[in-house]
Structures are given as structure tokens and as C-alpha cells.
Ligand binder design. Structure first.
Ligand SMILES: [Zn+2]
Length: 393
């Protein structure tokens, strides 16, 4: 057993303060195969949730302020109605449902108590990073290239953000190739800033895959969403920055706004070691605004009005993050946006944890698996007819 303060301090490397109000609950760390876990009951007590309700494999917690649903033997969970991918599955050990300490510290804590995230800093500048460019076309649909859609989305976002008083810097303003390392350097040369990389998705494994997803950097010592276990390569390329918890919260702010305002499929808040996330020292996220390999979604993405809706939703999410960072105002969650939209009670929660297809490997995953990727540009996929997935290089 170890006291709460030490646990949390150890868990995220000392960049975190614990509210003295909550210090009455002891953390009881359970060691399993050398890794630290906490019981869900312990987590519930700490955050003031009533006892969890167990329904088959679903474990529900709701304290009126936050809502969580774990799924036993799964890395997927819902946090305030939005899918989150944990580093390790939740499972039953000695009659207790347990969650890993890495997930508690890096995924649950920043979202359950966003106003306690350290190093939020002030936010005045947004570095917009339209993915790909030049010879690197990114994903391809029957209507166009990812690089063009990403640039257009950034151009739509810029004036929206400027109208809200943000200073906006773009890593590219035209159809040129910008190395990933340079994108990160541009971000790191700014201060009081955040980094938002804009992409559209593609896969050759599941032609009907649709929906939004968003990435922040994988916690140190944990597998990324697409990895089953921790690999040596992923440990070796891991830096981890003081902005990690802020990045998760930025990811949450943007993602809740996207899903709250646009009803696309919720693929979840994910983790990867993409170069632009690893190399940036400021809060950084990568947004995937739908699939170019799915017929219906590729048509939507090709529509400028649709991209304007994406821009509006991302802008609102960024604005919420700034309000949290600058004034500690709690960010809106998906249900709040939906209430705003309908002017009435939030609709029934539509996402339930049951079965989601295994994560679809996207083209952009290539960015996370090659440590030297910033100097080795992506090969351009061969253009393919509508409805046929491009082939991964
Ligand atoms: Zn991309």
C-alpha cells in the first residue's frame, strides 16, 4: 500500500498535484506480473463515484459529474460518453476488477479532473499542421487527395480561430512537402501554444470503416493503441514530454466537440507515437476527420460545407481547451454540445461498448513505427478507383 500523493507523483513523473480534499482515500496498488494495477472500486472511491454497477462485462460508474464504462477484458472504455482506448485491458484479478496505473494516471485522471492538469499553460497560439503535401499525397479517394483536404481544412480553421483572438501559424500554406521534423520544430519555436495536426483516414483492411478518431502521444512505457504489447522499438523512440497530460486533455476537448456536433462514428481517443506527437514539446494532437476509403464518407469529405462543419467543431474544441487552460473553466463534453444543439436534454447515449471491430490500421500508422520516418517520406499510394482501398506502401 502506498499513499495517494506518492502514487500519483510516481505515476506521472512528478508533474501533478493532488487535491488535499481527496487525500483521504488510500491507493492500494496491486502488483500483477510486475505491473501496477488499481481496483476499479478503489478508483471509484477516490473520484467519489458510488459503487460500480456490473452488467455482464460492462462496469458502469456515474457520479453525476463524470461517467465511465469499462468493459472487462477490453482496452476499450467510455469516458463521458466517448470511446477511449486504454493501454492495457481491464480484467478480473482475485475477484477484483483492475485497471492499470498507467491508464489511471495518463487517461482517466486528466479527463476526470481536467482543471488539475499541470503544464496547461496559457494558450494564445495554435499551430495548425495540414498533413502531407507536395509529392506526399497522403490517402486518396475517388474525389481527391488527403493533402488537399487537410490544407483546405486548415485554411477554413484559421479565420475561425483568428476571430476568437488566437494567433495562428500553419506548418504549410500551400501544396508543399514539409518534413515531419520541421513541422515539430515550427511548433517548438512557439510559446503559449498548441499543435493540431489535421488528417483524413484510410485503410486497406476494412473498406466500410468510417468515423472520427484523435491521437495523442502514447504514455511512456505503454503500448500504442495498435500494439498488443510493448516493443523495444517503441520504448527506444519514446521521449514523453511535460505536455503529455495536457495533450490528452486537448484531445478530449476537440474530440468531444467533434462528436457532439457531428454525428460520425466514434472510433475513439487513441495513442500513437507519430513523429509529430513525439517531437513536439507543446500540447499536441492529431485529428483524423473521417475515411477517404469509404464511399459515403469520402463524398462528405469532398464537400467544402462538410469541411466547414469540421472546422467549426475543431475550433470550438480548441476554444474550450483555451478556456480550461487560461481560466480553469471545465470543458464541455459531448452531451453538452448535443444539448446546445437541440436546446433540450441530451439524446440517449448512442455508443455502447459492445463489440467494436478491432482497430483498423490506418495509413498514418506508418508515421509511428519508423523511428527515422521524418527523413524517409511516405511513398505515394497508387490512385485507386472509388470504393477500392489504396494499397499501403
Ligand atoms: Zn494523413
Amino acid at each position: 500500500m502506498m499513499n495517494l500523493r506518492r502514487l500519483i507523483l510516481c505515476a506521472i513523473g512528478g508533474c501533478f498535484l493532488v487535491s488535499p480534499l481527496l487525500a483521504a482515500v488510500e491507493w492500494q496498488v496491486i502488483k500483477i506480473n510486475g505491473r501496477d494495477f488499481l481496483s476499479v472500486d478503489n478508483v471509484a472511491r477516490f473520484y467519489g463515484f458510488p459503487n460500480p454497477t456490473i452488467n455482464g462485462k460492462n462496469v458502469d460508474l456515474n457520479n453525476g459529474k463524470n461517467e465511465m464504462q469499462f468493459h472487462i477484458e477490453s482496452r476499450e472504455m467510455l469516458l463521458n460518453g466517448v470511446r477511449n482506448w486504454l493501454s492495457y485491458p481491464v480484467f478480473v484479478h482475485d475477484g477484483k476488477i483492475v485497471v492499470s496505473r498507467i491508464d489511471l494516471a495518463n487517461t482517466l485522471e486528466p479527463q476526470l479532473r481536467p482543471n488539475m492538469v499541470q503544464k496547461l499553460g496559457r494558450v494564445q497560439t495554435v499551430v495548425l499542421d495540414p498533413g502531407h503535401g507536395g509529392f506526399d499525397k497522403g490517402a486518396i479517394s475517388g474525389y481527391g487527395y488527403e493533402k488537399d483536404y487537410a490544407l483546405d481544412l486548415a485554411r477554413l480553421l484559421r479565420p475561425l480561430l483568428q476571430a476568437k483572438g488566437f494567433r495562428v501559424i500553419m506548418t504549410r500554406e500551400s501544396d508543399v512537402f514539409v518534413p515531419l521534423e520541421l513541422r515539430a520544430r515550427i511548433a517548438n519555436s512557439t510559446h503559449d501554444s498548441i499543435f493540431v495536426s489535421l488528417h483524413f483516414n484510410a485503410t486497406d483492411r476494412d473498406p466500410i470503416a468510417t468515423g472520427f478518431e484523435i491521437y495523442s502521444l502514447t504514455p511512456r512505457g505503454a503500448p500504442s493503441t495498435y500494439e498488443d504489447g510493448l516493443t523495444l522499438a517503441s520504448i527506444n523512440i519514446q521521449n514523453g514530454t511535460e505536455a503529455d497530460a495536457a495533450s490528452v486533455e486537448l484531445s478530449s476537448c476537440i474530440y468531444h466537440s467533434l462528436l457532439g456536433q457531428i454525428g460520425e462514428f466514434d472510433r475513439g481517443m487513441k495513442r500513437a507515437r507519430f513523429a509529430v506527437l513525439r517531437l513536439t514539446k507543446i500540447p499536441a494532437v492529431l485529428v483524423e476527420g473521417g475515411f477517404l476509403t469509404e464511399r459515403g464518407e469520402s463524398r462528405l469529405i469532398a464537400n467544402p460545407e462538410w469541411r466547414k462543419r469540421l472546422a467549426d467543431a475543431i475550433c470550438a474544441g480548441i476554444d474550450n481547451f483555451r478556456a480550461l487552460a487560461n481560466t480553469k473553466k471545465p470543458p464541455l463534453v459531448m452531451a453538452d454540445y448535443r444539448r446546445q444543439k437541440t436546446g433540450s436534454a441530451a439524446p440517449e447515449k448512442e455508443s455502447a461498448l459492445n463489440p467494436v471491430a478491432p482497430p483498423t490500421l490506418s495509413l498514418d500508422m506508418l508515421y509511428s513505427v519508423r523511428p527515422a520516418e521524418h527523413s524517409a517520406p511516405l511513398q505515394t499510394p497508387t490512385p485507386s478507383p472509388i470504393g477500392t482501398a489504396p494499397v499501403e506502401p
